[in-house]
Design a protein around this ligand. Structure first.
Ligand code: ADP
Ligand code: ADP
Length: 229
């Protein structure tokens, strides 16, 4: 398990016509060890920018991302990401998609397939192990991507609208399973969502990003009693 800290992180983009867009004003945020934090806020307030900076996908203009007290830049081995858009590997089956990170980590074949099967089951895709992404629905592809990230058991799990493509019933099922995994692994989790119900159902704490882009005037922390069984 690990702690995550965002210190004075800001980002400005340049639009096609040369205007400067402040996507993120200096933002500060801390996620405690094993905590499940959701970030909510309207479209365009900088959530994905924050997600991408924490995950090391884009560099911030200023500020630092700190993992376990150490300032990091670029992708970090302790951080696993689930993206908003589907991100399966089209040339790999469901099972091989999920086993991918375990393969990269050098896990032996029998062991990694066993583990991958477990996570395939967890997201409700048993029976589809040998399907390729193009043979699945959008929601099933997204569940494959979620399983792939979960299987690598990252100490910090970042998710950007991971359930957006799923129907309500699947959302609830997966959310429930996700909580159990996070609890079992004491995983530090940050979920970006604009579904406030989802945020309240899953989180220990909800941070609210403010309305206009680039104006995180304050982050409102709502401490929640989370239903852990
Ligand atoms: P959210 O995830 O909350 O919807 P984003 O972080 O995607 O917000 O975007 C914040 C602002 O930055 C928006 O105005 C968006 O249009 C702008 N933006 C994001 N990424 C880029 C980019 N690569 N180039 C230009 N503008 C961008
Ligand atoms: P689609 O893109 O076709 O909407 P979904 O990913 O939303 O696909 O899932 C379709 C159906 O699969 C859901 O309505 C649900 O009944 C079932 N399903 C999804 N996840 C699970 C799961 N973890 N366990 C069991 N069944 C599931």
């Amino acid at each position: 398990t690990a702690t995550l800290e965002v210190r004075n992180v800001s980002k400005t983009f340049e639009s096609d016509n040369g205007d400067r867009i402040q996507a993120l004003a200096p933002a500060n945020l801390g996620v405690k060890q094993g905590e499940f934090l959701s970030i909510i806020g309207p479209s365009g307030c900088g959530k994905s920018t924050l997600f991408n900076i924490i995950g090391g996908m884009i560099p911030p203009d200023s500020g630092e991302v700190i993992v376990n007290g150490v300032s990091v830049s670029g992708p970090h081995k302790d951080i696993g990401m689930v993206f908003q858009e589907e991100s399966t590997f089209p040339w790999r089956t469901v099972l091989d998609n999920v086993a991918f990170s375990l393969e990269v980590a050098g896990m032996e074949k029998k062991e990694r397939l066993e583990k991958a099967r477990h996570f395939v089951e967890l997201v409700g895709l048993t029976g589809f192990e040998h399907h390729f992404p193009h043979q699945l629905s959008g929601g099933m592809r997204q569940r494959t991507a979620i399983a792939r990230t979960l299987a690598s058991e990252p100490r910090i799990l970042l998710m950007d609208e991971p359930f957006g493509a799923l129907d309500e019933q699947t959302r609830l099922l997966l959310g429930d399973k996700l909580l159990k995994i996070c609890d079992a692994l004491k995983q530090t989790t940050m979920l970006i969502t604009h579904n406030i119900t989802e945020a309240v159902q899953l989180s220990d704490r909800v941070a609210v990003m403010s309305y206009r882009p680039g104006t995180i005037m304050r982050t409102i922390d709502i401490e929640l009693p989370r239903p852990r069984d």
